[in-house]
Design a protein around this ligand. Structure first.
Ligand SMILES: C[S@@+](CC[C@H](N)C(=O)[O-])C[C@H]1O[C@@H](n2cnc3c(N)ncnc32)[C@H](O)[C@@H]1O
Length: 310
């Protein structure tokens, strides 16, 4: 009997073994054998989404686009919440809308498995510096307005394990956080910095906040998972007090629009960010080129943005 459409175990011993052998063949570079073994596993358990997903990856590596697209579609069919990220794989193959490809279940699953090693992987591995960049930007904006001391209430959107709250803790009265990944939130909770922590989507979280109830809304390295920033900017504008600040980082690129990169993160063109801020009725106070992290030891191009609710 099949236990779960997204479980790495199909519930059938023989199918599991075929899958394991396929992964071994793939690791050894024998893609044809991997494809064959996955097809055999799927003959036994045809509704097993991870095997369809793995087959899609193997077919893509074999540069058999049509077969890859078909396999990823079957993965999506058997895992409609798309915890595996088949929508993103289809978007990378040009077979799905990139802007709609980032499923909440995929983000939650991705960061749930990442949570225990997130802090060390980001800080040491990728030289992640988003929170420091944001604190510096917010501090410069505030001191330019003659403001020192702490802000009152900060909202930490996509708070993850609480890296931003650790940096902002001495500069904010209270911090409330939200994140899609229960395990990331659990790590954040153990740090004891937040007043409240919620598991959920940032749109739902912002929608539940009272109007004009926050002094600072921070999104550190979160909007790379959000194609359309307009709803978050509009909701933040509603939730901010007059004079309150929205501060966030994005990855960017030299072209136009929003691009889904090979790292399965969105990059927003500067013009997109400016338009989103203006459409939300916010005033742009700071927009600077920065890099919040390295990839393959090279800084990833990004922007830091601070905007004010008038
Ligand atoms: C790269 S981590 C950054 C975490 C934290 N802000 C930091 O600076 O370390 C991105 C986080 O955003 C969360 N996230 C992405 N999209 C989200 C959404 N739509 N709603 C809530 N959380 C989201 C992910 O679960 C993940 O924990």
């Amino acid at each position: 009997m099949q236990r779960s459409t997204t479980s790495r175990s199909s519930g059938d011993l023989l199918a599991d073994r075929r899958y394991d052998y396929a992964m071994f063949a793939k690791a050894e570079g024998d893609l044809a054998a991997a494809a064959d073994l996955l097809a055999q596993a799927l003959e036994i358990v045809p509704r097993w989404a991870p095997a369809w997903f793995a087959l899609g990856e193997v077919e893509a590596a074999l540069e058999r686009r049509e077969e890859a697209v078909a396999a990823f579609r079957r993965a999506l069919e058997h895992d409609p919440s798309d915890a595996l990220g088949a929508g993103l794989a289809l978007a990378r193959l040009g077979a799905a809308d990139a802007a709609a490809a980032m499923a909440p279940a995929y983000i939650a699953a991705l960061f749930d498995q990442y949570a225990p090693r997130f802090d060390s992987a980001l800080r040491a591995g990728l030289a992640y510096r988003g929170p420091e960049i944001l604190l510096d930007a917010v501090t410069r904006v505030r001191s330019g307005r003659g403001q020192g001391g702490t802000v009152g209430r900060m909202l930490d959107l996509g708070c993850g394990t609480g890296l931003a709250a650790e940096i902002f803790a001495a500069h904010a009265g209270v911090i409330d956080g939200v994140d899609l990944s229960p395990r990331m939130v659990e790590v954040a909770r153990q740090k004891g910095i937040y007043r409240t922590l919620a598991v959920g989507d940032l749109a739902g979280f912002l929608g539940q906040q009272d109007a004009a109830s926050a002094d600072l809304v921070v999104a550190a390295d979160v909007f790379v998972y959000v194609a359309d920033l307009a709803p978050s900017a509009r909701d933040s504008a509603r939730v901010l007090k007059p004079g309150g600040l929205l501060a966030f980082t994005v990855e960017t690129h030299g072209g136009e629009g929003v691009v889904l990169g090979a790292g399965l993160r969105y990059a927003h063109a500067e013009a997109v960010v400016r338009a989103v801020i203006a459409d939300a009725g916010l005033e742009l106070l700071l927009l600077e080129a920065v890099s919040t992290r390295n990839e393959a030891d090279r800084p990833v191009p990004g922007l830091v943005v601070v905007a004010e609710k008038g």
